[in-house]
Design a protein around this ligand. Sequence first.
Ligand SMILES: Cc1ncc(COP(=O)(O)O)c(C=O)c1O
Length: 379
Amino acid sequence: MYITDENDYKAIERIILDKLYFRNRGAGVETHCSKFEKDFAQKMDSNHALLVTSGTNALICGLLSLGIGPGDEVIIPSYTFFATASAVINVGATPIIANIDETLSIDPKEIIKLITKSTKAIVAVHMDGHPCQMDIIVKIAKENKLFLIEDVAQAIGGKFHNNYLGTFGDVGCFSFNVDKIISAGEGGAVITNERSTYEKSLCIQDGACLFGSTHRDSFKTINPFIGQSMRVSEITGALMNVQLPRLDGILENLRMRKKIIRDNFIKSAIPIINSNDEAGDCATSIYLTFNSIEECREKTLLLNSEKLTVIPVTARPAYACWQWMHLLAEVRPRENYHKSLFLKSIDITMRTVKLDIPFEMELDKVNDLSIQMIKKITT
Ligand SMILES: Cc1ncc(COP(=O)(O)O)c(C=O)c1O
């Protein structure tokens, strides 16, 4: 949650006073939730958006709306938050883990190696604000008739070749939990261009949405079916309506700061990793990759200061697949869940640190600090 202020409070005050917490208020009635969904879909250049209770549920809803379930394999990256894998398990399918490349996103060449007759989908995860190579991944999905799901939890507003992340495949899944660029504390959303996928998501999000008048006219392409409960309250919708207009400003702010640090690092030959699309990158972070684990450890200690956070990407406990693979193996034992298959990912992540872009720091301070960092690791 990059920005929160009294406008967030004002947005929910009326809901509490009027006791209008429930989003379903009859066909055609605009609510905080439906307004956000309309604006978010428009902002992302997508036909439909639907709020749900979390990013994990957005993934579950997306997978289920594409008909993915038991017997199906879904290819996911070796470096992602555990929720990407747990969502696949939750729909009864099997996550198949692919190595990442130097950009720390799923390596398209590795996806191809893992496709079998049972493969139904690829989940491209735009980690730490960095876009995956969507042109190549879209091509692989099309050629192999696979669904493509984007996990955009960490990269809302990011673009690849000028198109919003989340719009390249069949569904885009977002998280609005407290760590995200814009947030309602908890929450998530699914976007899709396909009317039938949206209608299926509606049923999955609210198992009872076929009763009552709100969705009386919503089902034009499918027969509504029994779903789950991922419905959000108006508080989520109202908070997201205040948060969404802040998105472009936040990204601009981050991008300005990242550019200063990046330019300084490049001038001094500091080993940063280029994003797959620097202009579309959310600029929440920069990766630095060193030649060896020892060098990485030594430089990280020097780089850390009270003002800037630099952490090894493997320091977070639920991100690298060897930290969570054993949990998958307990549910669906697989040869694919073996550390030896991920030596390439282990090597890359163990040598990589993530510098979080200091969102609120004055620009000249950002410049000074990055120069100080360079001195620390080059002298
Ligand atoms: C890449 C990724 N996918 C999915 C999720 C799950 O989102 P949530 O915590 O809202 O369920 C997260 C959350 O941090 C995430 O980072």
